[in-house]
Design a protein. Structure first.
Length: 261
C-alpha cells in the first residue's frame, strides 16, 4: 500500500467547496475546508495555473473555470448505472448465493452490463457481461417491458421486431405481449423458464431511473432446483432491497454529476 497524497485530497476539497458555495475568498475557503490560509493559497495558485480556478483581483474571490467540467464529462450513464448496481448485487449474492445480472435495453435486446456469475458457487458461467438476452423471452426483458410506459414499450418492441430476427414474431404479437405484461404485473415480478438457456430459470425486477426504466435485475437458478414461484417466495424480498439500493445510488450519482456539470 502507498501513502495517500494529502495535497491532492486538499485540492479536491477546495474544488468541492467552490462547486458548492461559488466564488469565495481565501478566508472563507480556509474556514470551510479546515485548512490554513497559506496552504489554501498554495493549492489555489496551483489549481489556477492548471486552469481549474480563476481569481478576481477586484473582489479577491476565487472561482471555478469551465475546465472543471472536463473532470466529469468522461463519466457516462453506463458508468454510473454500473457503479450503482454492483454494491447491491454483491450484497444480494451474500444473502442468496445464486447469481444475478443487471441489464439494460439496447438495440432491441437486453444488454448485461454487470453480473455476479463469476463469484457465485452456483453459476456455470464465468463471463456474462456484454452478453444479450431476449426482450420478450427473458425475465430481464419482461421486467423492463412491464414497467415501461405503453408508448415506450411499443418503440422498444418495434426495434426488436426490426433488429432481432429470432424475436421479431413475438415482438409483433400484441396478445403475447399483453399476456407478458399482465402476468408480470399480477405476479409482482417477471419470470422465465428456459427462456434464455435450457435448464435455467430466472425471476427479475425492473429498476426505476426516475423517468424511463433504468434496467432490470434478475436472479438466476437451475430449473431443476425450484420453480420461479418458489424462488420468489424465498428471494423476492431480498431482490427488492437490492433494487431500492440501486435506485438510491443511481439517484445520488446523478445528483452529484448534475452539481459538477
Amino acid at each position: 500500500m502507498h501513502r495517500s497524497v494529502r495535497a491532492l485530497s486538499r485540492g479536491v476539497a477546495l474544488i468541492r467547496e467552490l462547486n458548492a458555495s461559488g466564488p469565495s475568498n481565501v478566508v472563507q475557503l480556509a474556514k470551510r475546508t479546515a485548512l490554513n490560509r497559506t496552504t489554501c493559497y498554495r493549492l489555489l495558485d496551483t489549481l489556477r495555473e492548471d486552469g481549474y480556478v480563476t481569481f478576481d483581483e477586484t473582489n479577491a474571490l476565487f472561482g471555478l473555470t469551465p475546465q472543471v467540467r472536463s473532470l466529469s464529462e468522461g463519466v457516462s450513464s453506463r458508468d454510473l448505472s454500473s457503479q450503482a448496481a454492483l454494491p447491491a448485487m454483491f450484497s444480494l449474492l451474500d444473502e442468496v448465493s445464486w447469481p444475478s445480472d443487471f441489464g439494460v435495453f439496447e438495440l432491441g435486446s437486453v444488454l448485461i452490463r454487470e453480473s455476479t456469475h463469476p463469484f457465485s458457487p452456483f453459476s456455470v458461467h464465468r463471463s456474462m457481461v456484454g452478453r444479450r438476452r431476449s426482450l420478450v423471452r427473458s425475465a430481464l426483458g419482461k421486467a423492463i417491458l412491464a414497467a415501461s410506459a405503453p408508448s415506450l414499450r411499443r418503440e422498444m418492441l418495434d426495434l426488436t421486431a426490426s433488429l432481432v430476427e429470432e424475436d421479431a414474431e413475438l415482438a409483433k404479437d400484441r396478445h403475447f405481449i399483453e399476456d407478458v405484461v399482465l402476468q408480470t404485473k399480477r405476479d409482482g415480478y417477471a419470470s422465465s423458464v428456459g427462456g434464455s438457456e435450457v435448464g435455467i430459470s430466472a425471476i427479475a425486477l425492473a429498476i426505476s431511473g426516475g423517468g424511463p426504466v433504468l434496467g432490470s435485475l434478475n436472479l438466476i437458478f437451475f430449473s431443476s432446483s425450484m420453480t420461479p414461484e418458489i424462488a420468489a417466495k424465498k428471494y423476492l424480498s431480498s431482490m427488492k432491497v437490492a433494487v431500492k439500493e440501486i435506485e438510491r445510488r443511481w439517484s445520488a450519482a446523478n445528483k452529484a454529476r448534475g452539481k459538477i456539470s
